[in-house]
Design a binder for this molecule. Structure first.
Ligand SMILES: *Cc1c(COP(=O)(O)O)cnc(C)c1O
Ligand code: SF4
Length: 364
């Protein structure tokens, strides 16, 4: 049994130490009992899925779970259920990322930008993770030599102006290893933009230390996209982590996944997005959940997503409205319903947020 069992006795300084959090992560049903009593389904799923997709949760994130509610939106993101075993339509690699990999760990769908999977580890594992096939897999080691090979490929490919570091989670790296990687990327003249895709502001906000931000600041322009899915994740600790990034001059955006029973309603999505902008985090994308193995119970019909984002238009700040997108092997495709209804002669006919129809002469 881990020390997480005695969570109420943990010293505040330990709790806020990201190394302590990483060392005391929950990995078994017994560990989970420090926070809640798992249902028989959850206990069986933890056992049955042990070799398929790792069960790991940080104590911080576990402390956000509602012990009285098996449908708690935090709990459902990270505690397995037997439903994961029943998804005949699900695929291991729905975006065909393996075929879009010019060199190991690089996914290239666009001419000018890449996703560079620098790590296969995360602080915790989300049950709907798109990179299930590689994250948390202990055999999928990320050797420095492999990173060097990918860096050489980027250096030899002058079209690449935007590098998105992802994984896994690049912020699971030590400051020193990340600094080494950023230094190598910055030495490539055509790499204009470096982005970090990280869920740690949500799942382990204490990782975002002042020292990390001071280091990142030296490699500008750096952009961060994080991954909040539910308003309950918008804690004081998470807000402080985002604030530290923002004060280092790093624009912070958010990418969510539309998840059944978690954020697939207008009130929840609007509260999430309005909470994000109060933290000065810009909602960027909300992804349609992919046809990914073990995730049928999370998928939402596209019409339901379209209705949510349609309804937000006109009801909240424009910059609180993310783009609802489907990721495909050809890149991201917006799924929003069109506001342009058609043309009448030279005029454009558009529908406003409130349903009013407007006819606009088209300048020639
Ligand atoms: C999402 C993604 C990007 C970045 O796309 P933006 O629309 O520019 O945010 C780049 N490469 C891959 C493979 C991606 O999946
Ligand atoms: S943090 Fe991201 S990469 Fe890691 S398990 Fe969750 S969704 Fe997957």
């Amino acid at each position: 049994m881990s020390e997480a069992i005695r969570v109420h006795d943990v010293a505040a300084a330990d709790w806020r130490d990201w190394g302590w959090q990483m060392r005391h992560r929950i990995r078994t049903a017994a560990d989970l009992r420090a926070f809640l009593e798992p249902t028989p389904d959850e206990v069986a799923a933890i056992e049955a899925l042990a070799t398929r997709f790792r069960f790991v949760i940080t104590p911080y994130y576990a402390s956000l779970m509602d012990p009285a509610d098996p449908d708690c939106p935090i709990r459902r993101q990270v505690v397995p259920r037997l439903a994961e075993l029943g998804d005949p339509a699900g695929l291991a690699d729905p975006l065909d990322e393996v075929a879009h990999s010019p060199v190991k760990n690089v996914i290239r769908v666009y001419r000018d930008r890449i996703a560079f999977c620098v790590n296969n580890e995360c602080a915790l594992y989300c049950r709907y993770c798109l990179r299930k096939r590689m994250v948390g897999d202990e055999d999928w080691t990320m050797q420095k030599r492999e990173l060097e090979t990918a860096l050489d490929w980027i250096a030899r490919t002058p079209e690449i102006r935007d590098v998105l570091l992802t994984g896994g989670d690049p912020l699971v790296y030590s400051d020193a290893k990340l600094e080494w990687l950023l230094g190598r990327l910055r030495a490539i003249p055509h790499v204009e933009l470096i982005r970090l895709g990280t869920r740690l502001p949500v799942t382990l906000p204490f990782r975002v230390t002042k020292a990390l931000c001071a280091m990142l600041e030296r490699f500008h322009p750096i952009w961060v996209n994080t991954h909040f899915n539910h308003p309950r994740e918008l804690t004081e600790e998470a807000a402080e982590a985002c604030d530290r990034l923002l004060r280092a001059g790093i624009p912070v955006g958010n990418q969510s996944v539309l998840l059944r029973g978690i954020n697939d309603s207008l009130p929840v999505m609007q509260a999430l997005c309005e909470g994000l902008v109060r933290m000065r985090v810009r909602p960027y994308y909300v992804y349609q959940a992919q046809l990914l193995e073990g995730t049928a119970h999370f998928r939402v019909p596209i019409e339901a997503g379209q209705a949510i984002f349609r309804a937000m238009r006109g009801r909240t700040s424009g910059f609180a409205i993310p783009q609802y997108v489907l990721d495909t092997p050809h890149g991201k495709v917006p799924l929003e319903l069109p506001f342009v209804k058609g043309r009448e002669g030279d005029d454009y006919v558009v529908e406003a947020w409130d349903g009013a129809i407007w006819r606009e002469p088209n300048p020639r």
